[in-house]
Design a protein around this ligand. Structure first.
Ligand SMILES: Cc1cc2nc3c(=O)[nH]c(=O)nc-3n(C[C@H](O)[C@H](O)[C@H](O)COP(=O)(O)OP(=O)(O)OC[C@H]3O[C@@H](n4cnc5c(N)ncnc54)[C@H](O)[C@@H]3O)c2cc1C
Length: 352
């Protein structure tokens, strides 16, 4: 059986981001890497969006940058400028092509379908496959997005519609999200924050009636993506010679589901500490955010009806501060400015 210095389980966003980061920094010139990935072919399956609060390796996979976004509830709407931290969308198809092309040139990197093909006794393992069974009672961000192409120019392609809460909430938290790639092409996503609940997954009809309500008559669907992001971090036993990355490694910001940029920062951390990674302190996205997000999610579970207003008020603080807070880059004073916008009693009660 073949042996490798490093093994990455799961060649998705985190696995490939890490392999790419190691390769471009010459960490795999004298070391071998196996990537275990069962999928038969790589094709566009996700659109990763985020505020660009830190540099990353995939600028050339960005489909579009926006400098404004909006938030809408049934009682008001706000347009928010984000010149300092543009909102970016990465096309996973471009990302997979770029990484596969680069990794294909390094003879020390090999792909396998199954870990049983290897002897991993002496390898260091980076695992990106989360064990999520039995977590149905936890909160998930689940969604379906369709990229539509309209016959007429319909969208304002300068503004992302980040959250439109003016829709059926069904005692949960529900919003629509629009990424206008051009005046006649946009991704429209129906998004729920809820426990596992099949009755909320009539996504096709939700989106169809929303598109209808927007007044779009003629359109075709170019692409569809569906997924669920766990809004909890599964606990793992600490194992020598193994660390978790990606969703499995706690890189999701629990109040928002944003994960992509955290994955990139974790990859950089691993690359810098690679030689001693087994003994390096575990990387996390910040204890204060984990604490604040737990409270936020408690409020969300108990008072879903208040969440549209809470998200709306959050952007009542300085826009940059809010973006930095939601992207885990805020300082103490910025945190305070966000916290001061929250309904204090509700949050204090949730702590206890
Ligand atoms: C549809 C969708 C849209 C998202 N959009 C955003 C966004 O806009 N912004 C953002 O920040 N985050 C977003 N996320 C969250 C997060 O960024 C993604 O889930 C991201 O892909 C997580 O990377 P990962 O490597 O942890 O998981 P994945 O990318 O899912 O990679 C895991 C890999 O493991 C493979 N695998 C599965 N089972 C095994 C096994 N037994 N052995 C070996 N390999 C296995 C899978 O085939 C997959 O390739 C989105 C998530 C989804 C599902």
């Amino acid at each position: 059986m073949r042996e490798f210095d490093y093994v990455i389980i799961g060649g998705g966003c985190a696995g490939l981001s890490l392999a790419y980061e190691l390769d471009i920094h010459q960490k795999l010139n004298n070391k071998t890497l196996a990537i275990i990935e069962p999928r038969e072919e790589y094709k566009r399956d996700k659109t990763w969006s985020f505020w660009k609060v830190a540099p990353h390796n995939f600028e050339d996979c960005v489909k579009k940058n926006w400098k404004e976004f909006s938030i809408k509830t049934s009682s008001g709407s706000k347009i928010i400028k984000c010149d300092s931290f543009p909102y970016q969308s990465i096309d996973s198809g471009l990302f997979y092509n770029k990484v596969k092309h680069r990794l294909g040139k390094n003879k020390n990197i090999k792909f396998f379908k199954n870990i049983n093909e290897l002897n991993t006794n002496n390898s260091f393992i980076f695992n990106s496959v989360p064990s999520l069974d039995g977590f149905g009672s936890n909160l998930w961000q689940h969604f379906q997005g369709i990229e539509i192409e309209t016959t007429e120019k319909f969208f304002d392609d300068k503004i992302v519609n980040l959250m439109d809460f003016d829709c059926d909430q069904r005692n949960n938290v529900h919003f629509f999200y629009i990424l206008p790639f051009s005046k006649n092409i946009a991704m429209i996503e129906t998004t729920w924050l809820s426990k596992e609940d099949k009755s909320l997954k009539d996504y096709d009809s939700q989106t169809k009636s929303y598109i209808n309500r927007l007044g779009i008559k003629d359109y075709k669907i170019n692409f569809k993506e569906e997924g669920a992001i766990p809004l909890f971090h599964p606990k793992y036993k600490k194992e020598k010679n193994k660390i978790n990355i990606g969703t499995a490694g706690g890189m999701t910001r629990l109040s928002t589901g944003y994960t992509f940029l955290n994955i990139q920062e974790h990859s950089r951390f691993i690359r810098i500490n690679l030689e001693n990674i087994g003994n390096t302190k575990k990387y996390d996205i910040g204890k204060k955010y984990q604490f604040l997000d737990q409270i936020f999610l408690k409020v969300l579970k108990k008072h879903p009806e208040k969440m549209p207003g809470i998200f709306f008020k959050m952007f009542g603080a300085s826009y940059d501060a809010t973006i930095k807070f939601l992207s885990n880059k805020s300082n103490f004073f910025e945190d305070l400015s966000i916290i001061s916008k929250m309904p204090k009693w509700l949050f204090i009660k949730s702590i206890f």
